[in-house]
Design a protein around this ligand. Structure first.
Ligand SMILES: [Zn+2]
Length: 91
């Protein structure tokens, strides 16, 4: 019998682990790139706010798969910076 869960879970597109959504950041398409956004409507990709998960997703082209179209990036490092910054607790 499945245990009742209180938190929704999502799969990290980097390491493929299933985690509570609260542990992941959500990326959505914005023009030609990606932005971190928890609330925007539409298709999103969930990811741990860790450089290794960003890089793993990048290498596997997981973002293009998640958004069902080619996603152009400025640079992986920019995305890592955006993701890790979004995960910092707000002052
Ligand atoms: Zn991950």
């Amino acid at each position: 019998m499945p245990r009742p869960t209180h938190a929704p879970t999502r799969t990290c597109v980097g390491c493929r682990a299933v985690c509570p959504a609260s542990e992941l950041v959500r990326l959505v398409r914005s023009g030609e790139g990606l932005v971190v956004s928890a609330r925007s409507a539409g298709r999103g990709a969930w990811l741990h706010p860790r450089a290794e998960c960003v890089r793993a997703a990048w290498k596997a082209r997981a973002f293009s798969r998640a958004f069902r179209q080619t996603v152009n990036f400025t640079a992986a490092d920019d995305l890592i910076a955006a993701v890790t910054a979004a995960a910092q607790p707000r002052p």
